[in-house]
Write a protein that binds this ligand. Structure first.
Ligand SMILES: C[S@@+](CC[C@H](N)C(=O)[O-])C[C@H]1O[C@@H](n2cnc3c(N)ncnc32)[C@H](O)[C@@H]1O
Length: 180
């Protein structure tokens, strides 16, 4: 696992500029994002499928896929250069549990109940993008500031949360959303 993580970091370093993978703040905090993603991975039940919306250079989907070979991870990315990096990473890292959807998530049409979407927009924006593809009960894993207040309802869904401290700035928040 350590070796593959180092290989992913090396690939990011190699392609970051030419394929416009990350903004400067993600690069600076890359290890922190990797560690957070490994914590997300612990919440996903065995055998599940996770959709990583707006995966960019693979965060958090790739570290989750590395930590959990038993789950399937779909990396969805609309920008073609970033999607091409995801294909390179998938093949170089031997990630047989990863699939790439290179396109707009609004065109992704398979039912999913576990979702990550790091830095893709607030909950309202995200919901508009994925409402057609999530199941009646679904779960969103995300890194949020410690003072982030979880709304009781998001669109038609009632919301419950689980929370875990990640570091001094942020919590891992697992939202459980249900139409009931
Ligand atoms: C700010 S970046 C975050 C990337 C990555 N999740 C991270 O944390 O480094 C947001 C990504 O979402 C992608 N994106 C935005 N709208 C999208 C859509 N409708 N379908 C798929 N990807 C989308 C963008 O191309 C971009 O790569």
């Amino acid at each position: 696992m350590f070796h593959v993580k180092q290989k992913y970091k090396a690939l990011v370093k190699q392609y970051s500029r030419s394929l416009d993978l990350f903004g400067p703040s993600v690069e600076i905090h890359f290890d922190m994002h990797m560690d957070s993603a490994e914590e997300y991975a612990k919440y996903i039940p065995e055998g599940e499928t996770l959709l990583d919306v707006g995966s960019g250079g693979g965060l958090p989907g790739i570290p989750i896929a590395l930590a959990r070979p038993d789950i399937k991870v779909i990396l969805c990315e609309i920008r073609q250069r970033r999607a091409s990096f995801l294909n390179i990473a998938r093949s170089q890292l031997g990630l047989s549990n990863v699939r790439i959807f290179a396109g707009d998530v609004r065109k992704f049409k398979e039912p999913v109940s576990w979702v990550t979407a790091q830095a893709v927009g607030d909950l309202g924006v995200l919901l508009k993008l994925i409402q057609h593809t999530v199941t009646d009960e679904w779960h969103l894993l995300s890194r949020r500031p410690k003072d982030w207040v979880v709304p009781e309802k998001v669109g038609p869904y009632s919301v419950e949360q689980e929370r875990q401290g990640l570091d001094e700035d942020a919590d891992l928040v697992v939202l459980h959303l249900s139409r009931k």
